[in-house]
Design a protein around this ligand. Structure first.
Ligand code: HEC
Ligand code: HEC
Length: 198
């Protein structure tokens, strides 16, 4: 009896392993397909050349929650709100899996060394490192990588987080109060520091 039950269990575990293998393969195909239009701004496979943020290598959780926040009016955007409205939850989950499976691309930005050094001090003294790591490689799946992201984009996001008139997700509220005391120069320095990291 026990023997029989364990064979049934083993068979069903094997069955579901095969099934989830099949699901993953078709999810990848869907993910690649729905991700095609993103290349126009985010570069080939999310490795942006600077006109939009890098999205390759961000976590699936962050990508999906951000797309849904844009779509549902919970995160201020200049263009992504309108783009995200074209997608269902399932399509967003598929494209998020697609980009999360690609490694973070190297990009070489020219940043001012003094500004980056000032930014590093602010990053440490203000407690940003607690969630975003010592060098901007965030330690939580709901927080994006900052290291090597484009400075102009990061600077804009920090201004948006700081501006009480703009919609931001609940997870960003902690930064609204942290950034409140920071000047434009401080914010530019933080962005330079993150951009300088590999
Ligand atoms: C027309 C240009 C354009 C297209 C097409 C586009 N994006 Fe964007 N994306 C942007 C810009 C610009 C931003 C910065 C936010 C804003 O101002 O809208 C952004 C921001 C993002 C972010 C936030 C990244 C971060 O680090 O917080 C994600 C995620 C994203 N886009 C995903 C996508 C996906 C997925 C697609 C394809 C379905 C896509 N985008 C298509 C221009 C574009
Ligand atoms: C409690 C954890 C936490 C702390 C502390 C924190 N952050 Fe964040 N950060 C997050 C999360 C979560 C997000 C994603 C928010 C969202 O969904 O929009 C984020 C997003 C960001 C982004 C947007 C990047 C992108 O790709 O869109 C920037 C820039 C940023 N943080 C900078 C900072 C700075 C500067 C500090 C210190 C003043 C800081 N953060 C402190 C958790 C944190």
């Amino acid at each position: 009896m026990h023997h029989k039950l364990s064979r049934i269990l083993a068979a069903s575990v094997l069955g579901s392993a095969l099934l989830s293998g099949a699901t993953t393969a078709s999810a990848d195909a869907t993910g690649a397909m729905v991700s095609n239009p993103c290349a126009g701004c985010h570069g080939i496979e999310g490795a942006s050349q600077g006109q939009a943020p890098v999205i390759a290598g961000l976590s699936q959780m962050y990508l999906a929650s951000t797309m849904k926040a844009y779509r549902d009016g919970q995160r201020y955007a200049t263009i992504m709100d309108r783009i995200a409205k074209g997608y269902t939850d399932a399509q967003i989950d598929a494209m998020s899996g697609h980009f999360a499976n690609i490694g973070w691309p190297t990009n070489n930005q020219t940043v001012d060394a003094d500004q980056a050094a000032k930014g590093q001090k602010l990053h440490t003294s203000s407690g940003c490192a607690g969630c975003h790591g010592a060098t901007g490689v965030s330690m939580m799946p709901n927080a994006p990588r900052l290291a090597g992201q484009y400075a102009g984009f990061l600077e804009q996001q920090m201004h948006d987080y700081k501006d009480a008139a703009k919609a931001i997700p609940p997870g960003a509220m902690v930064m609204r109060s942290m950034l409140a005391a920071m000047s434009d120069e401080d914010i530019a320095a933080l962005a330079a520091f993150y951009a300088s990291q590999k």
